[in-house]
Design a protein around this ligand. Structure first.
Ligand SMILES: [Zn+2]
Length: 411
């Protein structure tokens, strides 16, 4: 038995904080007790005490919007055969653990990749966050992401959409994902197709999520009744209220929009300075991301106040950006008006509930898996403390420790 002790323990439920707290974990990696360290030392005198002075213990972070096998943005795509993609994904999974992420939901990638990664994790070939995945994303012919060879399944008409869903379930998907908007107001799937997708997913016992950034795709996704809506960048307050009523969870993935908007702004400025030619298509993309950033900045606080449940996802696919920056997404939520304790809940309990795993992890409670992280400092005072990850445990086993040699990449 082990007893982890820190200056404070954040439970992850958006409320409880235990100053001078401790978490007692048994040999099976389950949490036995949480409480004041002084009291627990007496109740579990046999437990080995591991002390983290100046630190905070909280549940492992959850990223609901990851593309762990996204190789399409690599500058040397020709080198990416299946083996290389799997090795890259394994490296991405290590990076996720080092950022305190102990569970991910992968929302579209190469056919069969996540199933292989999950099997390799079970066999202990790799360490990895726990993976829930959709296998391939489902799009209309020429829909959002059609260029991602092998990562998308094109389907048209309600029955072909149902077929595509059955294929993903056959391939081991835990969730179903559709994409239904790109960079213009034209929605991609019809209402009939979206309704069929939700019906078929639920009929087969699978929850379903949908990529919808713009109007009217957002409203169509709400009407269809998906379990989570990804991005919903230009959502209105009225729509957030509808989502709250229908228990549809919002996964805004703001961090990726902010990072790409900043990148676009810099590139456009640079192009202006050097008077170089910018392709019209790139200009359109830049405008979309800059407007998206503006919409999130202006609306997030009002949308949050409707009571719509919000959970963390990051969606980083650009080469050169770190994968799964959940701490940055939580940081943005705080910057845009959410209380730190609630933003942490978005990345822990809320996300675990989305996955139907609220009783297994996502909060620090007796009976739950000991998926916990230790960060330096106090994230309730300074949310960036979430980025100072010292230790990461999954089911009580250390999967990352800052400064340990085997965490270091050769690059
Ligand atoms: Zn995505």
């Amino acid at each position: 038995m082990k007893q982890f002790v820190a200056d404070r323990v954040i439970i992850g439920d958006g409320e409880q904080i235990i100053d001078q707290g401790a978490v007692v974990v048994d040999e099976q990696g389950k949490i036995v007790s949480i409480g004041l360290q002084g009291e627990l030392l007496h109740i579990f005198p046999q437990a080995e005490v591991i002390r983290y002075d100046g630190c905070t213990i909280l549940p492992g972070l959850i990223d609901l919007h990851v593309h762990i096998g996204y190789w399409w943005s690599k500058p040397d795509v020709a080198q990416y055969n299946d083996g290389m993609i799997a090795l890259m994904a394994a490296k991405n999974l290590q990076e996720a653990l080092s950022l305190g992420v102990t569970t991910i939901r992968d929302v579209a990638g190469p056919d069969g990749l996540c199933r292989t990664l999950k099997t390799a994790w079970k066999k202990k070939y790799i360490t990895s966050p726990r993976i829930f995945d959709v296998n391939q994303g489902i799009i209309m012919t020429g829909g959002h992401g059609w260029q991602l060879k092998g990562g998308m399944r094109e389907a048209n008409g309600p029955w072909e959409v149902r077929t595509a869903i059955r294929e993903q379930v056959k391939a081991g998907a835990d969730w179903i994902k559709l994409m239904t908007s790109d960079r213009t107001p034209t929605p991609e799937f019809t209402q009939e197709e979206l309704d069929a997708a939700v019906d078929e997913s639920h009929r087969l016992g699978k929850p379903c999520c949908v990529h919808a950034s713009l109007q009217p795709a957002i409203q169509m996704a709400i009407d269809a009744g998906f379990d989570t809506i990804e991005h919903a960048t230009f959502m209105t307050v009225e729509q957030a209220k509808q989502m709250a009523k229908k228990d549809i969870v919002w996964v805004p993935t703001m961090i990726t929009f902010f990072q790409i908007a900043n990148y676009c702004r810099k590139s456009l400025e640079q192009a202006q300075k050097t008077e170089s030619f910018v392709h019209e298509h790139l200009k359109q993309q830049a405008v979309f991301f800059i407007e998206s950033q503006k919409a999130y900045s202006e609306n997030f606080a009002r949308l949050m106040e409707t009571g719509v449940k919000i959970a963390t996802g990051t969606d980083i696919v650009l080469e050169g950006f770190p994968i799964t920056p959940v701490a940055d997404e939580i940081g943005l939520m705080v910057e845009l008006g959410m209380k730190p304790i609630k933003a942490i809940q978005a990345g822990t309990q809320n996300a675990a509930e989305v996955l139907g795993q609220g009783q297994r992890f996502g909060t620090l409670q007796p009976g739950c898996h000991a998926d916990l992280i230790v960060v330096k400092g106090n994230p309730l005072d300074d949310i960036t403390a979430l980025k100072s990850v010292m230790e990461v445990f999954q089911e009580g086993v250390s999967v990352f420790s800052k400064g340990r040699r085997d965490n270091q990449s050769r690059e």
